[in-house]
Design a protein around this ligand. Structure first.
Ligand code: KIV
Length: 272
């Protein structure tokens, strides 16, 4: 289906809701630093997520758990300096919002004040309801995140598809409706059956953005380093690689090593 795209000079939470009502799919990618954020923003992306996946992608940790609030603020402020158009959503990292709503609000305020981010994202359903309400009461937009929630990896035990069984699917639907009701402006659904994700997107009026959640949702998000093939060991079925930068960069750098060794670089035009 071809959909006429309205041009948004600056994407806001309201623009995303408009996109859903107009049937325009929402595009979202991650960025954690200034240079990448400039490229991602220049591509015309709608939303940039400063994800806690920075813990894996930038710092090489096995999970998203170790990244700190200070580190998220550092990444987000670098991204913000580059962005002219996209809405920038910043993940609240593990340990910065789970203990009580006041702590959640303090963490969200630090992100907004110290990084200049436009909204926060946090994982979970009813267990974080009061925290979400507190953050929203302070005027900070909140994006929810259900399905596979990597901050709970040690509870799940694996990164496999979530909510395949009826009981978990019903709980997810219940939590998604609750997140809309308390006032989240959008919801990420990660790695759940496409039919369930489509049902949630149809039943909610806020945009539902999927990763490994099929085509029936209102938008898609991928980790940029995965979609441009800079990472190469992570190969889930949902990931489409648009480039193979790991190989291209390795070849370019090997060529450089060889040119330096053979004194091919620098040549006469590359010196003063
Ligand atoms: O941190 C992240 O990159 C995310 C996406 C996978 C949605 O939360």
């Amino acid at each position: 289906m071809s959909v006429a795209k309205k041009q948004y000079k600056r994407v806001t939470v309201k623009s995303l809701i408009d996109m859903k009502s107009n049937g325009e799919k929402i595009s979202m990618l991650t960025a954690y630093d200034y240079t990448m954020a400039k490229i991602v923003d220049g591509s015309g992306i709608d939303v940039i997520l400063v994800g806690d996946s920075a813990s894996n992608v930038m710092a090489g940790h096995e999970t998203t758990l170790p990244i700190t609030l200070d580190q998220m603020i550092y990444h987000a402020s670098s991204v913000i300096r580059a962005v002219e158009r996209a809405l920038v959503v910043v993940d609240l990292p593990f340990g910065s919002y789970q203990s009580d709503p006041k702590e959640a609000l303090r963490s969200a305020i630090r992100i907004m004040k110290e990084s200049g981010g436009h909204a926060v994202k946090l994982e979970g359903g009813k267990e974080v309801k009061e925290s979400i309400k507190r953050i929203l009461n302070a005027g900070i937009p909140v994006m929810g995140h259900l399905g596979l929630t990597p901050q709970s990896i040690y509870k799940f035990g694996t990164y496999t598809v979530r909510a395949k069984e009826e009981e978990e699917a019903n709980l997810l639907i219940h939590n998604a409706k609750m997140l809309e009701k308390v006032g989240c402006f959008a919801l990420v659904l990660e790695k759940i059956p496409a039919s369930l994700a489509e049902r949630v997107a149809k039943e909610l009026s806020i945009p539902v953005i999927g990763i490994g959640a099929g085509a029936g949702v209102d938008g898609q998000v991928l980790v940029t380093h995965d979609m441009i093939g800079m990472t190469h060991e992570f190969n889930p079925r949902f990931l489409r690689r648009y480039m193979n930068l790991y190989e291209d960069m390795t070849n370019a750098m090997s060529q450089y090593v060889s040119d330096v060794k053979s004194q091919e670089f620098p040549n006469e035009n590359e010196q003063y």
